[in-house]
Design a protein around this ligand. Sequence first.
Ligand code: PLP
Length: 449
Amino acid sequence: MLALTSPEPFTDLGAEEIEALAERHGTPLFVYDDAYFRASVSAFLKTWQSAFAHPKAYLSYKTNYMPALCRSAHALGMGADVVSGFEMEHALRLCAARDIVFNGPLKRAGELERAARDGITINIDLAEELETLEALRSSGRITTARLGLRVNPGLPVFAARDRSFVQAHAAKQRSAKFGWPLDDGLAGHMAERISASGFSFETVHAHLNSQITDATLFLAALDPVLGFVAGLRASGTQIRELNVGGGFGVPGMQRSKHGWWSALKATMGERLEDTPDETFDMAAFTRGLARRLREHGLDDLCIGCEPGRYLMSAGMVLVARVAGLKVLPEKQWVVIDAGLNILPTAAFGERRRLRFFRAGEELPVRDDDPDCTIGGPLCFEGDIVMDHARVPASLAAGDLVVLSDAGAYTVSRSTNFNQLRAAVAMRDGRDGTLVWRRETYDDVFCFSD
Ligand SMILES: Cc1ncc(COP(=O)(O)O)c(C=O)c1O
């Protein structure tokens, strides 16, 4: 099994280094471990490459497009998966065009033209994208394009004890905004249109969801996609690549899998069970996929993937400072200087590992320490970083909190709602090298007169 999380990142991050980082760069501060990230990428690529005859991996830019991190991934042979024209421009500065895949729900005419001219693979998600490419060709602006089709098998990829969660999730999967459904002929129709367009139809693409921890469900959801590719090939369409997207889950962060049934129980005053720790078994997944490819006669295909969270999540932590505590009769708040502005996916009820520091010492957490809600700096009630967090009884304003798994959907999803965006320092064993500077008042207001 791939030892991606071994050794665990940041366990050697001691109080002295934390204090030095916070002192030099201020808080909130993301700390990036490039050596760990590169080791994760190498281990992942080894597994992917040993499973498939023609492997390909694209780094999901939306998950974290920090140049320092992207450069490390590209140096190890990864391409780039971009989901907007803006990300495509960024990737073109860091990666060879032929190694870029253009996904996403909106592709403007100018962006499609650029992608087609540069030889970037365009995964069609709207019929209008194909029409725009045809119009560009008719007007002589492009001559060719490398195309793929994003499909949606519409199957659930999450299991949970709360069946109301699974039901809602399954309904969402069936009617997702992305991809063309396989089971009612819509994907087949779009494939025919792409084939008839005369552009090069090379890829079938499916990205199923994020933080998927069940490799068996992931494989089961891919089965109809394999059948679809086999059918296209049998009818003469020379699909070259199957891209299974990203979505591989990480163990350092759990996401709540509660539906309306749990919400009802919580309203009645019941404490909800924690979501169990789960780890995505990458080795079992690649073995299973390789077997299914053989069964479908597709083992000569290039097998692409677009991991984001799986490679990036654990490679960054967030260092925040305690602003104060508020002890209410029914709740104890700890307010810190980092919230949903820079950790937006915490709103999904994510649980991270926490460590606490004061004056060069780590504060231990005991079982009988208080159960608190950690709130952020934003001026709305929902700015909750973590509920039911056990924090040291002595915690006080000025102490530092380190939150694990802050590398995915943080820097790239940060906003300046109420606060300026945070800096990122790369670990160097001392007080860190700045790789993403903190936003300033002038950065935000340079757009106005
Ligand atoms: C098309 C596509 N590929 C890859 C990813 C990366 O997903 P993850 O970070 O869960 O691996 C995403 C994110 O949702 C996506 O939309």
